[in-house]
Write a protein that binds this ligand. Structure first.
Ligand code: DER
Length: 222
């Protein structure tokens, strides 16, 4: 079993009958969706929403019942990965380009459990470029605004074209270097016209489940 699978399957132990679940996005969340699908086939009764078109497709393939947002007023638990997490469970997410839907789903969940292999643990956020979702309109000016705050933004591309998120937006991968105050940077970015959201998840995750190289799993709590 790989470290991502180890963490993901431990997190799925927190899923109980009757829960409304947010399904994350990425290669770690993949294992959680697989395991939830297995338990659904064994009789687990849950309702779920997905944080990306890719996870929606995966959930359907695994027989997980997806419910329209209009029929739910929130979620009990979201299980999702991260690109980096620090000791206060501040996260950088968005490596897979799903940060906006992931943040909305996490925000409306009673609990968010982060799942990761131990390589994602950092003392300070910022080694991983911070994904910032921006609208296409005047993106050149938004990129210039990001550059003015030392973001060193790079518009994300996929093969030979600009990467477009599930929401029709672009992603600027920003290299701030070590981020001393993630909460302050998060606020500064949200105030910038043209920026939709960013990959800093502050105060959303209460628990992290980490797969360790020695085959153990540790649970970190804020
Ligand atoms: O795009 C995302 O936010 C993903 O959750 C990402 O941060 C983690 O992806 P991984 O599990 O494939 O490393």
């Amino acid at each position: 079993m790989n470290l991502k699978q180890l963490a993901a399957e431990k997190a799925v132990e927190y899923v109980k009958d009757g829960m409304r679940i947010g399904l994350g996005t990425g290669s770690t969340a993949y294992w959680a969706i697989r395991k939830i699908g297995e338990r659904v086939r064994e009789g687990l009764e849950i309702q779920a929403v997905a944080t990306s078109k890719a996870s929606e497709k995966l959930a359907q393939e695994h027989g997980i019942p997806l419910i329209p947002f209009a029929k739910l007023d929130g979620l009990d638990l979201t299980i999702d990965g991260a690109d980096e997490l620090d000791s206060e469970l501040h996260l950088i997410k968005g490596g897979g380009g799903a940060l906006l839907r992931e943040k909305i789903v996490a925000f409306h969940s009673k609990e968010m459990i982060v799942i990761a292999d131990e390589s994602k643990l950092v003392d300070k956020l910022g080694s991983f470029p911070l994904p910032v979702e921006i609208i296409p309109f005047a993106n050149e000016w938004t990129l210039a605004s990001l550059d003015e705050i030392s973001a060193n933004p790079m518009l994300r591309t996929e093969e030979d074209h600009i990467f477009v998120t599930d929401n029709g937006n672009y992603i600027a991968d920003c290299r701030f270097g070590s981020i001393d105050n993630p909460a302050e940077l998060h606020r500064k970015l949200l105030a910038m016209p043209g920026v939709v959201d960013n990959g800093l998840f502050i105060g959303l995750a209460a628990r992290a489940i980490i797969g360790r190289k020695d085959g153990t799993v540790t649970v970190l709590e804020r």
